[in-house]
Design a binder for this molecule. Structure first.
Ligand SMILES: C[S@@+](CC[C@H](N)C(=O)[O-])C[C@H]1O[C@@H](n2cnc3c(N)ncnc32)[C@H](O)[C@@H]1O
Length: 228
């Protein structure tokens, strides 16, 4: 996933860490309300949440980006690059944190939710967060540039027809020259009722989260696989 690998390379410069830490605390608080031993963090990224999770739970992470997995593994967490549909193990809880669901179009999301359900134990829970329309229109859309001694990053995001297109450009100094890498990431706005209708998971909780603004830019959702 080359475009996600470029995101992995620039993420630490964007400055999400503090806000994401706040988000992780919400997840940890929610998880503490359920009886859970095993957890899979899907789209675990740089492994920062896994560092918290592994203190309490039997926690593993997966991500599609090779670069992200390298960053996560260097922190000593149990993370690997494998797609969710290739797994066979079941877990008490699955997580998709920091708008992972928005990386999928409607068809991909339906398949992803089916795969989530397959990997959950009966009664198991799936917790995720998605960007609200406000989050897409007012928080993520726009331009950002980061100028450091040895690198320059430009990020341009446009939101139109419920699709966010983010162009990332990275210039890195190598000797007297700069190398240039570019990638585009696409994210999709999904309504909660549409997500709910895509699987037979039961939607237990919808909560507003205001992470980057005073207005809710994310919704936290908790689903449960029916107890047989
Ligand atoms: C915004 S980042 C969030 C990362 C992490 N959950 C966190 O809290 O920092 C989204 C992550 O989803 C991953 N991702 C995107 N599509 C994926 C897929 N199909 N399967 C697994 N991971 C995916 C990306 O590589 C990226 O690491």
């Amino acid at each position: 996933m080359k475009h996600l690998d470029l995101y992995a390379k620039v993420e630490s410069y964007i400055g999400f860490d503090e806000a994401y830490e706040e988000l992780y605390q919400i997840y940890l608080q929610k998880l503490s309300q359920y009886k859970i031993d095993t957890i899979l963090d899907v789209g675990c990224g740089n492994g920062n949440l896994l560092l918290h999770l592994q203190k309490v739970y039997n926690a593993q992470g997966i991500d599609i980006s090779h670069e992200m997995i390298q960053i996560a593994k260097a922190k000593g967490v149990d993370a690997r690059r494998i797609s969710l549909d290739k797994l066979t193990q079941k877990y008490d809880a699955l997580l998709a944190v920091a708008d992972v669901l928005n990386y999928f179009d409607a068809d991909e999301l339906k398949q992803f939710l089916e795969d989530i359900e397959k990997r959950l134990n009966d009664g198991g829970i799936f917790i995720c967060d998605i960007n609200t329309l406000f989050g897409f229109e007012e928080v993520t859309a726009g331009s950002l540039s980061i100028d450091k001694e040895n690198l320059f990053i430009a990020i341009d995001s446009e939101f139109e027809d419920n699709i966010l297109e983010t162009k990332i450009t990275l210039f890195e100094k190598e000797g007297d020259c700069f190398t240039k890498e570019q990638a585009e990431i696409v994210q999709y706005y999904h309504k909660i009722e549409d997500i709910e209708a895509m699987s037979s998971l039961k939607l237990l909780v919808v909560e507003e989260v205001a992470l980057f603004s005073d207005i809710s830019d994310k919704n936290l959702l908790i689903f449960q696989k029916e107890l047989l």
